[in-house]
Design a binder for this molecule. Structure first.
Ligand SMILES: NC(=O)c1ccc[n+]([C@@H]2O[C@H](COP(=O)([O-])OP(=O)(O)OC[C@H]3O[C@@H](n4cnc5c(N)ncnc54)[C@H](OP(=O)(O)O)[C@@H]3O)[C@@H](O)[C@H]2O)c1
Length: 286
């Protein structure tokens, strides 16, 4: 049985689908998961849903009952509250032998940033020091970050974003999930660190246009100044997170702009382009 943490998230829900389609037994967990989140309000065969909080390692004990593998993610904003060694100890003592960690490219590209690098590095270190077979996934920015544009696209067919012509190779969360499914189910990935990106560099202006194409209606792109973007982001992100995010979006390093071969290396096919993600998820923007 495979435990998927963050099972309601962009990567986790795709991973639950890949694993159940492959016939695996899955325990899906998050703080707020419920049967109501299953498609058609039915729990797919083989999926057990349990609420647990990653910041409370003891609450995870029942989750690991009968588990042999774990997909671990940090839950984003609560990452700094995690005690990864305790989580891994609880997992190992329950019989888990393999862990796949969703980390971040920021471990290498933004090592000084707590939100983007150093906290994720601490979790990676705990995974490496555990007695488990481990695989680490380091994605760059996700295609699904464009969900932040869903409301203005639905309401006004407009995207407002900074750095309209700065390109990055964002990655499809479904590709991250599929790589995770392979590393969880198949041998040969222990000790591997995969850097996960999309197949090509795209700019915010191009991504807005791709959403328009998926909708069959043009979407207007309005370039924000850095100050306008900062003010908007400060409404829902702490200041250091805003500064690092603006730096990645506006002045990406060569490593953040590099298209990685790793999705293709693991899956034997190219990663999904942003345009494909937009077509698949057009309903969110309608
Ligand atoms: N988005 C990016 O560009 C990007 C880039 C690199 C790395 N990452 C990393 O990728 C991970 C997933 O991103 P995402 O966009 O898929 O996130 P997401 O869609 O927001 O999913 C986060 C998942 O974690 C669960 N969660 C949050 N806090 C939790 C806690 N304390 N205990 C248990 N579960 C918790 C959430 O469910 P509940 O709310 O029900 O608990 C949800 O299922 C994050 O760790 C992020 O740091 C993201």
């Amino acid at each position: 049985m495979i435990v998927v943490t963050g099972a309601t998230g962009n990567v986790g829900r795709e991973l639950v689908r890949f694993l159940t389609d492959a016939g695996e037994k899955v325990t899906a967990t998050s703080r707020n998961i419920s049967d109501a989140e299953a498609p058609d309000r039915q729990v797919p065969d083989g999926v057990r849903r349990l609420r647990a909080d990653l910041t409370d390692a003891a609450s995870l004990r029942p989750v690991f009952d009968g588990a042999d593998a774990l997909f671990l993610q940090n839950g984003g904003t609560s990452a700094h509250l995690l005690d990864p060694r305790s989580i891994l100890d609880v997992a190992e003592s329950a019989g888990v032998r393999r862990v796949v960690l969703l980390s971040s490219q920021g471990v290498v590209t933004r090592p000084e940033s707590a939100s983007h690098g150093s906290v994720a590095r601490t979790i990676e270190d705990a995974v490496r020091d555990s007695g488990l077979d481990w695989t680490i996934l380091r994605p760059g920015g996700f295609h699904s970050n464009a969900y932040a544009w869903a409301e203005p696209v639905r309401a006004r067919r407009t995207v407002a974003a900074p750095f309209g012509d700065v390109a990055l190779p964002s990655v499809d969360p479904a590709d991250i999930a599929e790589v995770a499914a392979v590393a969880l189910r198949e041998d040969g990935h222990a000790g591997a660190v995969y850097e996960l990106t999309g197949p090509a560099l795209t700019t915010p202006r191009q991504r807005a246009a791709a959403i328009g194409e998926a909708l069959g209606e043009p979407v207007r792109f309005v370039e924000q100044t850095r100050e306008e973007a900062r003010a908007q982001m400060l409404a829902f992100m702490p200041e250091p997170v805003v500064e690092t995010t603006l730096s990645i979006l506006g002045e990406p390093t060569p490593a953040e702009r590099r298209v990685s071969p790793d999705v293709e290396r693991v899956l034997g096919r190219a990663p999904h382009a942003f345009e494909e993600w937009a077509r698949r998820n057009a309903a969110a923007f309608r």
